[in-house]
Design a binder for this molecule. Structure first.
Ligand code: PHE
Length: 455
């Protein structure tokens, strides 16, 4: 019998094409592009990473976005409901919940990084443009656990205020103005970074693939990043697809979202990676800095800019906004999963999410300080959650979607759904990718992730 979904009878619709693409882009563009992409590219092979990332985005990412969106639109359900629409047995439940649980595990540590962004914003407001650029500044900040915790709580409070206050639409409308501003500012900062003496080596490192820099971790990291950045394999696109009008061209909007998201990631890379070469002489240690890279390198850029205080304020403000829209969409998905699938009230769902946030978010926030002794597979909390979700759970969730398409729903019904609105241009390609390429890629990634943890 039909599942009673709290939302289904009043399920909203996106008004039009622009609205849909902007909403998906608002969720997609966030810390993933600006904070995560540059540090992974720096760490896992520069141009080689970029090449692998782009290849994966246009093949595999394309197929998954298309599939998730089409399944969402076909069933008018979020992931748990969408999987159960096709079967009630255990594998369907596991597949749906796997997709649905991922945002719940991401949003806590996402908010830790969001807290770092607010901290830097506050420092620029105080005019501390030199202080934050000093060597070791970031390291001593994240070791100061209670302080990090407070900034995390501020970010988390903002997210809950937006969700509970129902100002979500206002924030999204605002982000439509801020997003273009972010692009303009990023272009200016990137141009400035690239023009510093020595930076051109960094441009080369980032843009020119060098096969010596290839490793399996390049592929694993690039694939995890692709999921993360495009909001794939975590139920978001099922949910957005379920709100999508049947007239909208799924293929075209997929392409637009991919171009936009990847464009911003590349811009962020151009702001940060050349600066590593200009300000730290391409020091391999800085290239390997990981999650802290943006917070170490950009302040050095701003400190030499003359207008550094203004640039710092504007930059971290825009990043904060991009992070908030993404965090809100993660939180909203999590909350609506509880409401739809467990028939909980909004308040109760928010309370559970608040508990999850507090426990996992605090663990992530303190992992570089007082919880430093606690390591899971040699990683601190934040890195562990990031690795678990991106390199293990998302490939599994994506695999579940591939199986659903190839074994249950059938490729023809997906194609029919897509063709409701327009011609399906890359039909053959889609079929080939989802049948052969996707499962093989996913299995390679999973095996490499396991090997990486055990090795
Ligand atoms: N894609 C977002 C980013 O790049 C993160 C995110 C994932 C947001 C999933 C919402 C849902 O920051």
């Amino acid at each position: 019998e039909e599942k009673k979904s709290g939302h289904s009878h009043q399920r909203g619709r996106f008004s039009g094409k622009i609205g849909y693409v902007l909403a998906v882009a608002g969720s997609a563009v966030g810390l993933g592009n600006i904070w995560r992409f540059p540090y992974l590219a720096a760490k896992y092979g520069g141009g080689m990473f970029l090449l692998v990332y782009i290849l994966l985005t246009v093949s595999f990412g394309y197929v998954l976005i298309m599939s998730e969106t089409a399944l969402g639109r076909m069933t008018r359900k979020s992931p748990v409901g969408a999987f159960e629409h096709f079967g009630k047995s255990a594998p369907f439940k596991v597949g749906g919940w796997l997709n649905a649980v991922i945002p719940m595990l991401i949003v806590p540590y996402y908010s830790t990084i969001g807290g770092w962004v607010i901290k830097y914003l506050a420092e620029y407001f105080r005019g501390n443009v030199q202080k934050v650029s000093e060597d070791g500044y970031f390291g001593s900040f994240i070791a100061d656990s209670w302080q990090v915790e407070v900034w995390f709580l501020i970010f988390a409070a903002l997210v809950f205020a937006i969700i509970l206050g129902g100002v979500k639409n206002g924030v999204e409308r605002m982000s439509k103005i801020m997003m273009p501003l972010l692009v303009v500012l990023a272009v200016i900062v990137a141009a400035y970074s690239i023009s510093r003496p020595g930076a051109i080596e960094g441009v080369k490192y980032f843009l020119v693939p060098n096969f010596e820099n290839f490793s399996w971790m390049t592929v694993v990291a690039a694939m995890g990043q692709m999921f993360y950045s495009l909001s794939i394999a975590m139920g978001i696109l099922y949910t957005y697809g379920s709100y999508m009008h049947k007239k909208l061209d799924i293929e075209q909007s997929t392409t637009q979202v991919e171009i936009f998201d990847t464009g911003i990631a590349i811009l962020a890379g151009l702001m940060i990676i050349p600066a590593v070469f200009a300000f730290s002489g391409g020091n391999p240690e800085t290239l390997q800095a990981g999650p802290s890279l943006m917070f170490i390198t950009l302040p050095k850029v701003f400190a030499t800019m003359g207008v550094g205080t203004g640039a710092g304020i504007l930059f971290f403000l825009l990043v904060l906004l991009a992070a908030l829209t993404s965090a809100v969409s993660l939180m909203e998905t999590s909350v609506s999963t509880f409401m739809d699938e467990l028939h909980w009230s909004r308040g109760k769902s928010c309370i559970l999410m608040a508990v999850i946030m507090l426990v996992f978010g605090s663990a992530s926030s303190m992992g570089y300080g007082i919880l430093d002794f606690l390591k899971i597979f040699g990683m601190n909390f934040l890195d562990f959650f990031d690795f678990m979700t991106n390199s293990v759970m998302m490939p599994l969730a994506a695999l579940a979607t591939c199986f659903l398409v190839t074994r249950v729903v059938g490729y023809d019904r997906i194609a029919a759904e897509i063709e409701q609105s327009s011609k399906f241009h890359r039909k053959g390609l889609y079929r080939f990718f989802i049948r052969y390429l996707a499962p093989v890629c996913l299995i390679i990634v999973l095996l490499s992730s396991i090997a990486n943890v055990l090795g």
